[in-house]
Structure formats: C-alpha cells, structure tokens
Design a protein. Structure first.
Length: 375
C-alpha cells in the first residue's frame, strides 16, 4: 500500500513539474510520466515497459552508474550474465552506462540482494521470485513452485515481457516494488545432490534426509513438499555442512554446485528435475526513470540480448558440467520416475492454503496452458 501511495505521489509531482515548465522550458534532470501512453505513442515498438513508469527529459552528461551484484561465482549462470551484459553494452552502447560488477557474494548474501535493490544500495541483481515473496509480493512463491515449467523454453516464454504473461508479471513487480525487470535468465535445473551413495527411487526414499535449502520461505516450502527435513543455509555454507555430516545433501542447480566446489563432497546426483530455475534480471526503478526514453530502449534491448545469450550458454554448459561430474568426480547419476515427485509436490502446494491461498490462480492457469501449447 505504501508503495502504491508513493507511486501516486510521484506521478502527481511529475505532473506539477511538467505544468511548471509548460511554456517550452524543461526542468534539468526532470522526468515525464508515461503511464497513460500506449506503446505506439511512446514509439517503443514491441518492447514492453511498465505502465506508470517515467523517463528523463534530458540525458545526463555523465554515464549512468549501475552497481550490479550476484552471489554467483565464476562458472555460475548469473556471473556469466554479468559478463554478457558488459559485453553487449560495450558493443551497443559504449560510454552510456557505467557498470560496477560484483560477484561471489562480495557485497551481499543471497537473501540480502533484493532488499539492497529496494533500498537503492545496489542497482541491479538477479533475483528468484522467492525473495520477492519474502519482501511482500504474496503470490510470488507460486513462480518458484516445484514442477511449474515443462522446459527451459516454457520458462523463457513465460517471463518474456513482450508476451502476455511476462508483461503481466513485469507490471506486478513494478507496481509492488518500483523495480524494472527484463524477463529471466536460466540458472539451471535444481536436482538432489547427496553426500552418500543412497538409492532414491520414490518420494518415500527422501523421508528422513536432512537437506539444505536456500533461506527463503518458499524454498523451505518446496523442500518440505518434497519430503525433506529442511535445513536452510546460505550457499556458501553447504560445502562444510556436507563434509562434516551436518546435512545429508542439498538441492541446487549444477552451476552453483560446481562453482562452490561441491562436486568434491557429493557421491550421487538424483535427477528429480523439481525446478527449472529462473532468475529475474532486476533494475532499481529509480535508475530506470533517470534514463531518457531512447536510453531505456537501448538498455532494454541490450539486457534482453544478454539474457538470451546467458540462457543459450547455460543450456550448453550444463551438459559439459554433467560430464565432468560423472567422469572426473565419479558422481553416480540416478534417474527415478519424476511423476510421483511432481504429484506429491503439487498436491502439497495446492492443498495447503497457507502456501497457495494468496496465489494468482488465473495467472497459474495461463502458465500451464502456455506449457501445454508448447508440447
């Protein structure tokens, strides 16, 4: 509610500023409200910008500085996305934006990154929907529901802001947080990694396993739906916890597992494919509104290109890492029937109204229908 009131006050202030300079002058560094303009009126083509956003009337004489942060280490997907962002902007918009890139959690731990965006301490990060749920978007844990997506293409199409579903999600995030998004990159498919060589054939085989999950509430919900005894830990704490027997294993995607050196403490990898993992590419809305409309178009196009390059890289790279896990580290692969796991997880979500009672079920139906149409 406070955010919505703030947005109204910002819009009113922008209208007053425009009225004050209506004789033909322009306010230095001022912003023009665009919420009532259509895409055609704004001349933004097929791009989708949130309604109610604004843009600067004049371009700054200095490059716009943006601090970008991720907990991912070299070799992980969001780290790679940072590299593609720098590469694409160097080619397409040299000198227009100044990125300060931080990785490996040098600025913030995972659960502190989105609050840093909201506090305007960081400019960009790569955020899972679960952390938006933790910060007030009460249906966002639906987007981190186990077995939501049928494929990487289904995930990408869902969050593409130029599609109906992606545009709706982008607008909801803007309205709630004043944060701009550019769809999602793909950071891998989450699987079950165990410190001991234990057979997992059914969900019942997971009973009694102490498994690390990320610290957000919706990830804890996912682990409980899978039947784990959940221990929430930051990713940086997993190696020692597995090595010392504090936990029996963890669930994560392969890039983070590899980048954190956790292949060394894993004996078996169980392909239950419980989450095709998206990360929203997020930008502080205040930074977005400091750009002129032309800068916004350039920024949007570059971000979408970097996003797509990251997805292509991730799909190819995960196959190479799986070969290394098997051939170099001797990790045994298991391929249980996923259907019982999916049935157990989705039933646990939908029957527990404390979890799903606030969900946008109409949006969920659209996501499921999109997946069916892509089969």
């Amino acid at each position: 509610m406070k955010r919505k009131i703030m947005n109204i006050l910002i819009a009113v202030a922008a209208c007053v500023a425009l009225t004050a300079c209506g004789s033909g002058g322009s306010a230095s560094g001022g912003a023009a409200a665009t919420g009532g303009d259509s895409a055609e009126e704004l001349d933004i083509g097929d791009r989708h910008f949130p309604e109610g956003a604004a843009y600067a009337e004049t371009e700054s004489s200095e490059p716009l500085k943006i601090i970008v942060t991720t907990t991912h280490k070299p070799g992980a997907a969001s780290y790679q996305c940072e590299q593609f962002i720098q590469q694409v902007f160097d080619e397409k918009a040299p000198g227009m934006f100044q990125f300060e890139m931080y990785d490996s959690g040098t600025l913030y731990k995972t659960d502190a990154e989105f609050p840093a965006i909201l506090a305007h301490e960081a400019g960009m990060s790569f955020i899972q929907a679960s952390y938006m749920y933790d910060n007030g978007l009460d249906w966002a844990n639906m987007l981190d529901m186990g077995y939501l997506f049928d494929s990487v293409d289904h995930m990408k199409a869902t969050f593409d802001p130029e599609g109906e579903i992606g545009a709706e999600i982008q607008q909801a995030i803007w309205d709630e947080f004043h944060v701009m998004t550019f769809g999602c990159d793909y950071i891998g498919t989450r699987e079950l990694w165990l410190a001991e060589d234990k057979d997992i054939n059914t969900p019942e085989d997971c009973a009694g396993l102490t498994i690390r999950m990320p610290t957000s509430a919706s990830f804890v919900q996912l682990g409980e739906a899978l039947g784990f005894n959940v221990t929430p830990l930051d990713v940086s704490e997993v190696y020692l916890a597995m090595e010392t027997g504090l936990i029996d294993g963890h669930e994560n995607q392969i890039f983070s597992t590899y980048a954190q050196g956790q292949f060394e403490v894993c004996k078996t990898l169980v392909f239950i494919d419980h989450m095709i993992t998206p990360n929203f590419i997020t930008l502080d809305g205040d930074i977005w509104e400091k750009m002129t409309l032309e800068q916004q178009k350039i920024f949007y196009d570059c971000m979408c290109e970097a996003r797509d390059l990251t997805i292509e890289w991730a799909v190819e790279e995960q196959e190479k890492l799986l070969e290394e896990a098997k051939n170099t580290y001797g990790i045994r692969f298991q391929y249980p029937d996923k259907a019982p796991f999916k049935e157990k997880v989705q039933k646990a979500y939908l029957e527990n109204k404390e979890i799903s009672g606030t969900w946008n079920l109409e949006l969920l139906e659209k996501i499921n229908a999109l997946g069916e149409s892509m089969k």
